[in-house]
Ligand binder design. Structure first.
Ligand SMILES: *[C@@H]1O[C@H](CO)[C@@H](O)[C@H](O)[C@H]1NC(C)=O
Ligand SMILES: *[C@@H]1O[C@H](CO)[C@@H](O)[C@H](O)[C@H]1NC(C)=O
Ligand SMILES: *[C@@H]1O[C@H](CO)[C@@H](O)[C@H](O)[C@H]1NC(C)=O
Length: 785
């Protein structure tokens, strides 16, 4: 039984039957319901059930009904489909089986499929309705069109409705629309003005199904019923923060296309969570049934919201274990977003309002929590209710509690219960909700759970516009979100490896008016964005493992690295007349060598000393030698004095890397002699699939090297013997660059984003310049996979 219809009947009674005032709005008569997209998923899952419920509630109201499922397919194909769906509707528990069967039978007989493709189809429908009214001598109450079709079709259908399906005066027309209503302010405005040419604002019902959730519809009534408790504490002196959270689990199947286009801010924050925020913070209307007043108060909140600055949002993660994200369209794959809003009103000054949503998380739950300040410090009895969080939780459903409820912690007040549709829960199961066990709360829940759509359909029928998004409301919301979305469009999501173990990677923290991810792993915050190429955000800066990171597509990345080296070289030469550069072997730096050789003609090679980071224990003239590669690809192309080149002495006394020959010590001495403080200006490192860097492999007992700058090491792959700079040498450097490129490194990067420093297991984590600076240069393939 629908709450609205009950309310409506109650109102009617109070007003003395079908009073004049009501009759204007809602005279009883025949109602035609048309679901355009009537065999689609939403219709199948919720809409027909909602209309069946409406029909049951209205059976003895004096209204009569026809139901039309409309679609593009011809009737002979779609009719059986529609009836399959209709047969599946069910009655609520209070209806007996017999009666239910009867009602269902009637409902099916009142329903039919109609092809609704061309203007003629709509004209035919109008003609059909007209004839039916005449034949049966019925007055028309109104026509309800539910557009359950993609948004791009709205304007066209609305136009057809206006042109052919308007009822005669005296009857109402209501057209219901589903989100998305545009993807930013501009597109929402365009859509609104297109619709506005066919429909009057009062004829449009924009659905935000969140506004049909029982707990959400109860927010304002709850605030009013408990006004005397809430008034003294509903302000900045008492509220610590407000959190509005919607978490979903892994199941984004079937939703990916939508997600791909819209992302979490557009999908959830701009509409559902923003609406809840306004309900929580708006001034209470004097007359709750006055849609105008409610809307005005809502709009007032929108105009008081401070603009959302870029530091007030964190976005990501890119779930690295799925292929949702195409690297070309990074914005689309933002599965988590946390945004910090503030209201510029004395009442809420500086109160943080957090809007958080994520897909693919640990649990499915939605709630709004008002956390109050608690200034009681408990020295002994920590279990006393005084010591616990003071909070009111509007629990929309799912999660640990499993049912919708309003929870007030017992250290606040006992909420009033006047609504017969709600009851108090006194039998407490052993669950904990947001840090408090259920028995620490006063809990209220609806006596009967109802689907949001069923609820909203009854509101549409009753003409209650409160639960829908007006054009003004919609544009105000986009006005708030659009600037942030455009800032974020050039920013970079964080990578999230997924899985429950990594959950705390998603924790956010508030720092003043900013919001951050708690762990500084792979975050590129928008303010660190740097753009070097004229063509937009091709090179970006951010953080990886608490160090700086530069990221771009491979080619830009290499150019950026080359430019950075050149800049540092020039600075070093200006300052001390010399630049000491230590280069790694491996394949990653080859592109860099080419770049330096072919594009950086002003590089101060004359004053540059080139050192080796590591070397394979093979003769320097062999292909496998790092030095040989370096020579081939770089040194022979630039004008560098031969005595500035410092290959590693891997071959001494006609043998390779023999401890007693002291090659490592020799190189160390050479470094100390040339390099001031043995501190290289620049060390270029790569990282292998096993996370080795230089020739420091997993399992290398790096501690045993002590203070040595150079050591002989063992590689798991041939040639096994290596000579390498140690972490002591690397970490003395003024600048260390870690170059990581290629999709193949993505998995490693994901792992590295969550491991702790452990140089023997993950050698690259040992790179921590003592006084210098580490920068990761990572291409998008490695970063995003
Ligand atoms: C609907 O169509 C009529 C003409 O058929 C037009 O005059 C009117 O402006 C349209 N829009 C509304 C909201 O009635
Ligand atoms: C409240 O608003 C409704 C709808 O606008 C109206 O019908 C009703 O008379 C109002 N009640 C009061 C007490 O003003
Ligand atoms: C050597 O380094 C020290 C400190 O790092 C610095 O004070 C000194 O000027 C440097 N010497 C040269 C010749 O650059």
């Amino acid at each position: 039984m629908s709450v609205t219809v009950l309310l409506l009947l109650v109102t009617l009674c109070v007003q003395g039957g079908y009073g004049e005032e009501r009759e204007e709005v809602q005279r009883p008569g025949h109602v035609s319901v048309v679901i355009v997209g009537g065999t689609g998923d939403l219709a199948k899952k919720y809409l027909w059930q909602g209309f069946f419920q409406l029909y049951i509630n209205q059976v003895s109201s004096g209204n009569t009904f026809s139901f039309y499922g409309g679609g593009l397919s011809p009737a002979d194909k779609a009719t059986p489909l529609l009836f399959e769906i209709l047969k599946a509707v069910s009655c609520s528990k209070d209806v007996s089986q017999e009666r239910c069967a009867l009602l269902k039978d009637q409902f099916l007989r009142l329903s039919q499929y109609r092809q609704l493709k061309t203007l003629e189809d709509y004209q035919d429908l109008a003609e059909h309705i007209k004839k039916q009214l005449q034949q049966e001598g019925m007055t028309e109450a109104g026509r309800l069109f539910y557009l359950s079709v993609p948004a791009f079709a709205y304007a066209d259908i609305a136009d057809k409705i206006n042109n052919s399906c308007r009822p005669a005066s005296g009857a109402w027309l209501r057209v219901v629309l589903e989100k998305p209503f545009g993807h930013d302010f501009r597109s929402a405005q365009v859509l609104a003005s297109q619709l506005g040419s066919s429909l009057k604002d009062e004829e449009m019902y924009r659905i935000d199904h969140y506004l049909g959730k029982q707990v959400v519809t109860k927010i304002l009534p709850f605030r009013i019923e408990n006004k005397r408790f809430l008034d003294p504490i509903w302000n900045k002196q008492h509220i610590e923060r407000v959190e509005i959270v919607l978490k979903e689990t892994l199941d984004v199947k079937g939703r990916i296309p939508f997600y791909d286009q819209y992302g979490v801010i557009r999908d959830v924050l701009q509409n559902h969570l923003t609406e809840v925020m306004t309900l929580l913070t708006m001034r209470l209307p004097v007359n709750l049934s006055s849609s105008e007043e409610v809307l005005q108060n809502k709009l007032h909140i929108f105009s008081s919201l401070l603009p959302l600055e870029k530091n007030q949002a964190v976005i990501g993660p890119v779930p690295s274990h799925t292929n949702i994200c195409s690297s070309a369209n990074k914005q689309s794959c933002l599965c988590v977003s946390a945004v910090l809003a503030h209201i510029d009103q004395a009442q809420y000054e500086d109160v943080p309002i957090l809007l958080i949503s994520g897909k693919m998380l640990d649990e499915r739950v939605g709630y709004a929590r008002i956390l109050f300040k608690n200034d009681i410090f408990c020295l002994q009895n920590h279990n006393s209710i005084h010591c616990k969080p003071k909070q009111i939780v509007f629990y929309f459903g799912h999660g640990s509690l499993q049912y919708p409820a309003i929870l007030v912690s017992k250290n606040l007040f006992k909420p009033v219960l006047t609504d017969s549709e709600w009851k108090e829960v006194t039998e407490h199961t052993d669950v904990s909700v947001l840090g408090l066990s259920l028995s620490d709360y006063y809990v209220q829940t609806p006596t009967e759970q109802r689907e949001a759509y069923t609820e909203l359909i009854s509101h549409i029928f009753a003409g209650r516009k409160n639960s829908f998004i007006s054009t003004e409301n919609l544009l105000a919301s986009w006005g708030l979100w659009t600037p942030l979305l455009s800032t974020l469009s050039s920013s970079f999501p964080r990578i999230y490896p997924g899985g429950a173990d990594n959950g705390d990677l998603l924790d956010v923290r508030l720092k003043g008016k900013d919001i951050r991810f708690n762990s500084e792993v792979v975050i590129i915050s928008p303010d660190q964005m740097g753009s070097t190429s004229a063509g937009g955000f091709q090179v970006m800066q951010g953080k990886f493992r608490s160090a700086d990171m530069v990221s771009a597509w491979a080619e830009e990345l290499v150019e950026r690295l080359a430019a950075d080296i050149e800049e540092l070289a020039e600075a070093a030469v200006r300052e001390s007349g010399v630049f000491h550069l230590a280069l790694s072997g491996g394949s990653s730096p080859l592109a860099l060598f080419h770049r330096l050789a072919l594009h950086h003609f002003s590089f101060p090679w004359r004053n540059t000393h080139v050192w080796m980071v590591d070397e394979r224990c093979v003769p320097l003239t062999e292909l496998e030698s790092n030095f040989y590669t370096l020579h081939n690809h770089l040194l022979q192309h630039v004008r560098i004095p031969y005595y500035n080149i410092h290959p590693m002495p891997v071959q001494l006394n006609h043998r390779l890397c023999v401890e007693e020959d002291g090659g490592a010590q020799l190189y160390e001495t050479e470094i100390s002699k040339w390099v001031n403080g043995s501190s290289f200006h620049f060390v270029l490192l790569g990282v292998g699939y096993d996370s080795h860097t230089a020739s420091l492999f997993p399992g290398t007992k790096v501690k045993e090297f002590g203070e040595s700058l150079v050591a002989l090491t063992e590689s798991p792959v041939k040639p096994h013997q290596r000579m390498s700079l140690t972490f002591s040498a690397i970490n003395r450097a003024q600048r260390v660059a870690l170059l990581v490129m290629g999709k193949g490194k993505h998995e490693l990067i994901t792992q590295l984003s969550r491991v702790k420093d452990d140089p023997e297991k993950w050698p690259v984590t040992g790179v921590k310049p003592t006084n210098g600076r580490l920068v990761w240069y990572m291409d998008y393939d490695a970063l995003l996979g």
